[in-house]
Design a protein around this ligand. Structure first.
Ligand SMILES: [Ca+2]
Ligand SMILES: [Ca+2]
Ligand SMILES: [Ca+2]
Length: 231
């Protein structure tokens, strides 16, 4: 036989098992039909496809499978049963045997409940699959703002360069360029933990005010908290 241009010989017969190297998509909803489910791999000719573990009734049903002539890919149509959630491994079986049933990123299909929010980012799993965000990652584009906050504040959760116009509204914090707290006093050993003991206490916020801030937030570039009283 020839593998990757190298010819190997054997004095005994051996079989080449079906191999699955990738599936697309890897996350689907319970109670749905997926057409054009893609399988990549090798030695797939003559294979039938099943998802394990197999339940009665089945959680995932393969309704059709078309394998390319090279045996390197297949296109399936599948349906998932309502309320059947969890992880399932796609296994290809032909006359030579079966592909690995060991779960890996290459062969594992995750089925989610559409109305749930698996990653807790404020968007339902159904909403995320429709938007193209990852229902298993709070921050799909990795820009520090979770998917639900980005949608709520009109930035693109799929573009790390698209940020909420007013990050303060998301985090509820001051984001000025400079923020300093000076406390020159020495701590009093008799005070409860974490109380301030200095007669003067200053917070210097070098950032510019945001006109969109809610009422009662500080808008001066510099503000001071003076604690002259006794604790
Ligand atoms: Ca979510
Ligand atoms: Ca998400
Ligand atoms: Ca984000």
């Amino acid at each position: 036989m020839t593998v990757a241009g190298n010819t190997a010989t054997s004095t005994s017969n051996f079989t080449v098992l079906p191999l699955i190297t990738a599936i697309t998509p890897t996350v689907v909803l319970a109670g749905s039909t997926v057409t054009g489910f893609q399988v990549q791999g090798g030695n797939l000719l003559g294979s039938t496809f099943t998802f394990v573990p197999e339940f009665v009734p089945p959680a995932v049903t393969v309704t059709s499978a078309t394998i390319n002539s090279a045996g390197t890919s297949a296109t399936l149509n599948i349906t998932t049963r309502a309320n059947a959630t969890g992880s399932f491994v796609l296994v290809a079986t032909n006359a030579s045997g079966s592909s690995s049933p060991v779960p890996s990123v290459a062969n594992t299909l995750i089925i989610l409940n559409g109305t749930a929010d698996a990653d807790g980012d404020g968007l339902s799993n159904t909403d995320e699959l429709q938007r193209g965000t990852n229902p298993l990652n709070r921050d799909t584009d990795g820009d520090g703002f979770n998917d639900g906050d980005e949608v709520q504040h009109n930035s693109n959760p799929l573009d790390a360069n698209s940020l909420p116009l007013n990050p303060r509204m998301v985090f509820g914090v001051v984001n000025g360029n400079t923020f300093t707290i000076l406390n020159n006093g020495l701590p009093d050993p008799n005070l409860p933990f974490m109380q301030v003991v200095s007669p003067a206490f200053t917070i210097n916020n070098g950032g510019l005010p945001d006109p969109n801030l809610p009422f009662m937030q500080v808008v001066s570039p510099t503000f001071t908290i003076d604690n002259a009283g006794q604790p």
